[in-house]
Write a protein that binds this ligand. Structure first.
Ligand SMILES: [Zn+2]
Length: 177
């Protein structure tokens, strides 16, 4: 909620606000959402016009959830712009009205953010997803050592480890003597 008392019915007057507030609820019902309490970084401009208060702004926050392909947990930034005319009460009933001496931005900002959330979020644009046969995560384009178990060098290391395991059986003997 932002106070507008000082610009109500003063067309041409303008106020700007920068504020950081926690999300009052979880926003979004999909694979990703804005968790309750997540920081919302708001830049808002309030302009007094004849019909009411024109609200223009943008919000920056982060959504959290799962990559739709590989199910990895992801946190991605999201920035959305919004604009809405909050009308003075008395005319036709609208969704957005100037209430006494303030405007309530929650519905406006929530709808803008929720609409911007991706239906099919991915951890990275070229996420290869899961192997349809094994359900394992496929290596991304560059690959990583952990996901290349067939590398002969790793196979050789595994054999070394096995040999160490058999050598350990000699250890109790040395303790006994
Ligand atoms: Zn992914």
């Amino acid at each position: 909620m932002l106070p507008v008392r000082d610009i109500v019915r003063k067309p041409g007057e303008m106020r700007e606000h920068s504020l950081v507030i926690p999300a009052p609820d979880q926003w979004g019902e999909g694979i990703v959402s804005i968790p309750k309490g997540k920081e919302l970084d708001l830049e808002v401009r309030l302009e007094s016009v004849h019909e009411g208060i024109l609200v223009t702004g943008d919000v920056e926050t982060e959504y959290e959830g799962e990559c739709g392909r590989c199910l990895r947990e992801i946190v991605q930034p999201v920035e959305v712009e919004f604009q809405e005319l909050f009308e003075y009460p008395g005319g036709e009933t609208t969704d957005f009205e100037v209430q006494d001496d303030h405007v309530d931005l929650e519905t406006l900002v929530r709808d803008a953010v929720v609409l911007s959330l991706p239906f099919q979020p991915v951890c990275q644009p070229d996420c290869p997803g899961l192997d349809p046969a094994t359900g394992e995560r496929l290596a991304p384009g560059t690959g990583s050592p952990q996901q290349e178990p067939l590398d002969p060098r790793w196979a050789a290391l595994r054999e070394l480890t096995d040999q160490d395991g058999s050598a350990d059986t000699a250890a109790p003997n040395t303790e006994e003597s």
